[in-house]
Design a binder for this molecule. Structure first.
Ligand code: PLP
Length: 409
């Protein structure tokens, strides 16, 4: 994979010419995704699953095909295990609500998340636990912000209903061994939910190989548009669950009888996709997946690991003022490097970098507990990579930081 060739496919890079190092927040979009969405809106757009006329059927087919493409990408057993939602946050929220609504989680039960998790994988569980009288337990992290999975066996018990965790950290980039976690959780009959927001775009994620039960991820972090995300769930689990959100598109039949309104839920995945779904966005996501598949996820991953290794080396050369958060071994992490520059406020570093043509994310990255544990309560500067980044982007970052160090010396 040649990043210089790949870059040409991304109009925004060509127009703005910045070193875009914020793909963990959201990725840029290749021309093929933009064009697929425009072409669909210009020629094939109509609502899905409602009309018998040919354009509506064409749109429905494209929408269903998007489910198939995503299902193949994560090696799901069938296309109807893929539920389209708005983003990872909504996927995890929908899952937590569904499990509570169906009494899978109830009074006195326990849910385990980790201190390394993004708020999107902590708050939905905390809210649902409060609603039903369950308890959320947080698996601690070590000094590098790595979840202490060796403690999981002691933490799980007969009341553990769910173990939910981020596959890859959006701060340290550390990748957890999902299969190992799944096996421990399953040994006590708990369900395993994985927040794949930072892993699915960057490495091969095979839901069967990982032996997990649920997976959530966002289209906009993997070359697709905003407004679409995925909740994948094992079919045998999903088909026995009622959706917490009802409405158009979720039912086969609604009747008014002597005992009020009765509902016959639709097949999977429709019963979980309430209302008009993200149709155009699904077409864009399908195109994004095809683009990634053409590159090959192994190539995507190894390219980003090389950039990470190079970044760690360049930052190390700048001396002791630079503090990298999390493990420094590129073999255990994906393309994310969070750091601080002496005592300079991260947002000031971000503004400085912006003036030098480098776009990074600064702040607490929706991971307040993790930053507290890492001794960085004011946040960090985060550089994150994708397929269109080249070593020159890292050089630009390192050179700009070097300049900054000179000004504060
Ligand atoms: C690990 C992780 N989980 C969840 C999310 C939430 O993603 P979204 O904002 O697309 O819902 C993010 C986004 O940064 C993330 O990094």
């Amino acid at each position: 994979m040649d990043c210089r060739v790949v870059r040409q496919d991304f109009p925004e890079l060509m127009v703005r010419g910045v070193a875009y190092l914020d793909s963990a927040a959201s990725s840029l979009k290749p021309r093929s995704v933009i064009e697929a969405m425009v072409a669909f809106m210009e020629r094939s757009y109509a609502n899905v699953h409602r009309g018998v006329y040919s354009i509506s059927m064409e749109a429905s087919r494209a929408y269903e095909e998007a489910h198939e493409i995503v299902a193949r990408f994560i090696n799901a057993r069938s296309w109807d295990e893929v539920v389209f939602v708005k983003n990872t946050t909504e996927a995890l929220q929908l899952l937590a609500l569904t499990l509570a609504f169906n009494n899978v989680i109830g009074r006195g039960d326990e849910i385990i998340v980790t201190e390394a998790d993004h708020h999107s994988n902590i708050l939905p569980w905390v809210r649902v636990a409060r609603m039903v009288g369950a308890r959320v337990k947080l698996l601690p992290v070590d000094g590098n912000g790595v979840p202490r999975w060796e403690l999981l066996e002691e933490m799980v018990g007969e009341r553990t209903r769910v173990v939910a965790f981020g596959h890859a950290s959006n701060v340290t980039g550390y990748v957890s061994d999902a299969r190992r976690v799944a096996r421990i959780a399953h040994s006590v009959g708990a369900l395993v939910a994985v927040d794949g927001a930072q892993s699915v775009p960057h490495m091969k994620v095979d839901v069967r190989d990982l032996e997990i039960d649920f997976l959530a991820f966002s289209g906009h972090k993997m070359l697709g548009p905003t407004g679409i995300g995925v909740l994948w769930g094992r079919r045998d689990l999903l088909e026995n669950l009622e959706p917490p959100l009802g409405g158009g598109g979720t039912v086969k039949r609604v009747r008014l009888g002597d005992r009020g309104v009765s509902v016959e839920w639709d097949e999977l995945p429709w019963r979980f996709e309430a209302g008009t779904p993200p149709i155009v966005e699904a077409v864009g996501l399908a195109e994004a997946v095809s683009y990634l598949e053409k590159l090959g996820m192994e190539n995507v991953e190894s390219h980003e690991r090389r950039l990470t290794e190079y970044t760690l080396k360049r930052l190390e050369e700048l001396g002791g003022e630079i503090r990298v958060l999390g493990p420094r071994d590129p073999k255990v992490k994906l393309g994310i490097v969070a750091f601080n520059v002496g005592n300079v406020d991260p947002s000031m570093v971000g503004l400085w970098l912006d003036q030098h043509g480098v776009a990074v994310r600064t702040g607490l990255h929706c991971a307040h507990i993790l930053h507290d544990r890492l001794g960085a309560p004011h946040g960090s500067v985060r550089a994150s990579f994708y397929i269109y980044n080249c070593p020159e982007d890292v050089d630009k970052l390192a050179e700009s930081i070097e300049e900054l160090l000179k000004t504060i010396a």
